[in-house]
Design a protein around this ligand. Structure first.
Ligand SMILES: NC(=O)c1ccc[n+]([C@@H]2O[C@H](COP(=O)([O-])OP(=O)(O)OC[C@H]3O[C@@H](n4cnc5c(N)ncnc54)[C@H](O)[C@@H]3O)[C@@H](O)[C@H]2O)c1
Length: 259
């Protein structure tokens, strides 16, 4: 499905990002893996290569616009084109004003906004010209169920994460409209518990019935599979927390084009 295509995945060192790199490479894409965690990211690239794929690991803080520019320049010098960007990097903060100090609260909030909101914008801005030059392509934002009514996060920690995700959700609609004339589709996935280090750190009780990283990778593939005339500006809700994995997997299958 993705033979000859170049995919950029952020937050690729662990969790869903690592699963994405493996799945996209399995579908024939050559993958650039951007993460702030260089050591685990190198391991992701090694796993992709061991499975017969090609993966370029790039140490990059996606919240730093200079690092993103350098990273995308490196990707383009190696692969010459970009067809797909998955904005997956995020940081689950604890910026509750009932815990910690001014310094810890503000630093945590900043890290959440930086990784997710700035990261999604910086990377989208950096790859848009390359997607345009390729005649079109896809940006897929991994958001969260928490931006959908009935799934709000109120009362939990992760205030910066919550705000960052609302911004990423809005960014999805705005960039979809802006980039539609260039045949660039921008869509988002709003989903719940997935068995990754982030979930195990925050809500380990949900891990047993949660989706797996490969399920989210399939969701990305199903969104991309609609081709250049597929939907854009959608933020699909599925696999909300508490749903059994089998049911979530059925919802993911329904994201694929019919026939
Ligand atoms: N796991 C879940 O239950 C769940 C649910 C809903 C949405 N999501 C979303 O899915 C995505 C992946 O989540 P996950 O559970 O795999 O997370 P994770 O914490 O397991 O992995 C996140 C990755 O992002 C990287 N990262 C963080 N800040 C970065 C930065 N500034 N620059 C570059 N890389 C950075 C981390 O190093 C890590 O490799 C996130 O956007 C998350 O919000 C996850």
């Amino acid at each position: 499905m993705l033979t000859g295509k170049i995919a950029v995945v952020t937050g690729s060192a662990i969790g869903i990002g690592r699963g994405l790199c493996l799945a996209l490479a399995q579908q024939g894409a050559r993958v650039a893996a951007l993460d702030i965690d260089g050591e685990n990211n190198t391991q992701t690239a090694r796993l992709v290569r061991d499975a017969g794929g090609e993966c370029l690991p790039v140490a990059c803080d996606v919240g730093d616009r200079h690092q993103v520019r350098q990273a995308m320049d490196l990707v383009l010098s190696r692969f010459t084109r970009i067809d797909l960007l998955v904005n997956n990097a995020a940081f689950w903060d604890n910026s509750s004003l009932r815990e910690g100090t001014y310094d810890s609260q503000t630093a945590q909030f900043e890290q959440a906004i930086s990784s997710c909101t700035l990261g999604s914008f910086n990377c989208s801005s950096a790859v848009a010209p390359a997607l345009r030059a390729a005649g079109g392509g896809n940006i897929v934002n991994l958001i969260t169920e928490h931006v959908k009514e009935g799934h709000y996060l109120t009362g939990r920690r992760g205030l910066g994460y919550d705000c960052a995700k609302f911004a990423q959700w809005r960014l999805t609609a705005v960039l979809a409209a802006e980039l539609k004339p260039d045949n660039i589709r921008v869509n988002g996935l709003c989903f719940g518990a997935t068995d990754t280090p982030m979930l195990r750190g925050e809500a380990p009780d949900l891990a047993a019935i949660a989706m797996k990283p490969e399920d989210l990778a399939q969701a990305v593939l199903n969104v991309v599979a609609h081709g250049p005339n597929g939907p854009t500006g959608e933020t699909y809700l599925f696999g909300t927390s508490g749903t059994q994995r089998e049911e979530s997997v059925r919802a993911i299958a329904a994201l694929a084009p019919v026939g």
